[in-house]
Each structure stands twice: as C-alpha cells, then as structure tokens.
Write a protein that binds this ligand. Structure first.
Ligand code: PMP
Length: 393
C-alpha cells in the first residue's frame, strides 16, 4: 500500500472527501507534494500560517526552546519564560482589561475555558451564541455551535444554550440577567465570512453591559492580522470581556488562549475548587514559536497591506459565475452557484497548483485566506487560475 492508501486505512478521517495530497515540504506561500508538484497556498492551514509556512524565526525559536526544555510540569506551576514573554507581548498589544492570558492547546479548549470562566465569574448558567458560528468540536463548543445539523447527532448537549441570529436586533432581547456570556465571532468564518454591522455589534456590547453578561469575542480564525488590523474588534470599535485566540497564535504550532482581566480570571484560577487544568496548554516550545511568529508579524508590518491585498483579489475576481464576494481583509468567501460548482472549481485550482477549499457551513463558497505575505503577482496568478476554472465549468 502507498502512503495515501495507508492514510485512508489507518488515520481517522474527518471528511468524506479529504484532499489526500501528500505534502512533503512547505515554505512561505508554497507547498510541494510527493510528486514534486508545487501549490500556491490560499488557505494557510485555515488561517494558521499568517506569516507563511516554516517562517525561519519560528523554526529557530522551536529549535532553541526544544534544546532548552520541553515539558516540565502541568500549566501554571513553574515560571516558564516563553509563556511569560508571550503573555506580556500579547497584553501589551491589547486593551487594559485584557491583561491576563490562559494558554490552551487549541481554539476549542479556549472556548471551553471561557464558558467555565463566565459561569464562575457571573454565577449564572445560561450561554448565548449565534447561528452559523463555529467554535470547535468538543462537547461544550459543539453545544454553542450554530448549525443544527452538526449538533444533532451529539445530543444531549449542554443545557441553557440560546442560539441567536447574527446581525439581528430582535435576537438581542434573548440576552438576559441569566446569561453568563454571549459568544460571538468578531467576523464569522465557517458561516462564509459574515461581517457584523457596526451598529448591531455596538448594540450587542450595550446589551451585555446592561444585563451583566460577559461578551466573549472568538478571534480564533479572524484575529492576528487577517482582517487588516491586529485584532478584528479594533475595527468594530468594541472591546470584549474575554477574547479567544488560536490557529495563528502558535505560529504553526498548537496554541490557543482565552484572555480577560485578572479580576475575571481570578474567579476561575484562584479558587478553592479546582478551576481549569491542562497538562500541555501553553507548551513552552509552542509559546516560543508563537512569540517568534507574533514578533515577525509586527516587525514585518505586513498587516498594513492586508486590506489592499484583499481589494486586489476582489478586482481580479470578476467573473459572471461569482455571485458575491464577502470579505474583510484577507478573509474572503467567494460565493458560487452551488457546492458542485465550487468543488469542481476547487479541483481545477488544485490540479493547476492553487490550493483552496470551501467553508463548513457555506459549502457553495470558496475560501480565500492566504498567508498575509502573499505578493501582488501571486494574487493575480491565483485569480487567473480561479477564473479559468470557472470558465470551464
Ligand atoms: N473558533 C473558530 C472561530 C474557529 O474557526 C475554530 C476552528 N476552525 C475554532 C474556534 C476551534 O479551533 P480548534 O480547531 O483549534 O479547536
């Protein structure tokens, strides 16, 4: 059996149609498969490799930290300098109330931690979240996830969850003094890039203030420069009580975080009853990698060009088969007629060296979220291949 057959036989599958390419090398904007074919990456491992694959500073930080020490003891016992340095760097670039970082292994674990934290801090039990949102696949994150089809097979789910409509004012009335927290993506990702209306997101913030519910903004997918500012909430003009990060946070290594004020965080951690424990959360090698990636992102000043690059995509994605392009910066959904048209176009793109895919809850939309370092020439080339694919279908 070849590696592809072994992959299908022995590695648990998450998709009924996996891409199943065998990638042997990735660097910057490109990947190479086992046959030596080169692919321009338009999805960055789903918003993970914002500074490109195997950024040299990240690789160096991993090597150096791995030689120093790897795992020492469960989270929060020893002072580990990569964790401390990354928490300091993140909080220096966040509003004052977001000054305490709990590092996790993944985005979903950040969601789980934040749900527990909100319940502990408010003493309330209900959680509100939005339709079409994706927050992860663990049982708690699944309970708040905004897609009925995905939730159904795993009932019973957590009780006390309200599902609201994004960008809908009437829905906000369901947030009450029993609501511990409202979870919202700053820009919805898997729903097909849904950007909140500015007045509506302000009304959401105001409703949380009025009822005492904590506002949790999930920037696992949209944070760290993807929308053209370091944090998406900067553009929305609101500040969350808890911020969730993941994906790009580890520079390509597994790392997530929930971030709040020390006062809020203290209710979870500094309590006689065990709050939240993790063995590997905030792994020193991953924090070192993440910090190197974060510093590279800030030093390169790549974020200031993100919006112009997004506009360049829009300019070159002119085709009668494209029904709409929804985007903020380099987080884009290209809406096509159907999943079938999308899948055929994606297959054409991959066969012609451009890697893209679709969204979990918007299968008719093509995902464009490349590493932020993509050049103008690469954008023009990618759009040419996509439009050629659409011509043929
Ligand atoms: N929140 C959002 C907005 C996400 O897009 C994702 C992952 N797609 C998650 C949470 C879950 O992250 P993870 O897969 O690391 O658990």
């Amino acid at each position: 059996m070849n590696n592809r057959q072994l992959f299908l036989q022995h590695v648990a599958q998450t998709s009924d149609a996996p891409l199943a390419l065998e990638i042997v090398k990735a660097e910057g904007m490109y990947m190479w498969d086992a046959n030596g074919r080169k692919y321009l990456d338009l999805i960055a491992g789903i918003s993970v490799c914002n500074m490109g694959h195997c950024h040299p500073a990240v690789v160096k930080a991993i090597q150096e930290q791995a030689q120093q020490y790897m795992h020492l003891l469960v989270y929060g016992e020893f002072v580990q300098s990569p964790q401390v340095a990354y928490a300091k760097a993140l909080t220096q670039h966040l509003p004052e109330n977001l000054d305490c970082v709990y590092f996790t292994n993944s985005g979903a674990e950040a969601v789980e931690g934040a749900m527990k934290l909100a319940k502990r801090f408010t003493g309330r039990t209900e959680i509100a979240a939005f339709n079409r949102s994706y927050h992860g696949s663990t049982q708690g994150a699944l309970s708040i996830l905004g897609d009925e089809y995905w939730r159904n097979a795993y009932r019973p789910l957590l009780p006390g969850i309200q599902h609201l409509e994004y960008n809908n004012y009437a829905s906000l009335e369901l947030i009450t003094r029993n609501t511990a927290a409202v979870f919202a993506e700053s820009v919805q990702g898997e729903g097909g890039v849904i950007v909140p209306q500015p007045e509506w997101i302000h009304a959401l913030r105001a409703k949380c203030n009025e009822t005492g519910a904590l506002l949790v903004l999930d920037e696992v997918q949209c944070g760290l420069g993807r929308n053209g500012t370091l944090w998406a909430f900067e553009q929305l003009g609101i500040i969350p009580d808890i911020l969730l990060l993941g994906k790009a946070l580890g520079g390509g290594m597994p790392l997530g975080a929930f971030i709040s004020s020390r006062t809020i965080m203290w209710s979870l951690t500094n309590n006689p009853v065990l709050g939240h424990i993790t063995t590997f959360g905030g792994h020193p090698v991953n924090c070192a990698a993440g910090l190197a990636g974060f510093n590279a992102l800030l030093e390169s000043q790549v974020i200031k060009d993100v919006k112009a690059k997004g506009e360049l995509f829009r300019k070159h994605l002119q085709h009668p088969a494209i029904k709409a392009v929804r985007s903020l910066g380099l987080m884009m959904a290209v809406e096509l007629e159907s999943f079938e048209v999308n899948k055929k176009t994606i297959d054409y793109c991959i066969a012609n060296g451009v890697l893209t895919d679709w969204f979990l809850f918007a299968a008719e939309c093509m995902r464009i979220a490349p590493p932020l370092i993509i050049t103008e020439e690469e954008i023009v080339q990618a759009c040419k291949v996509i439009c050629e694919g659409l011509d043929r279908i």
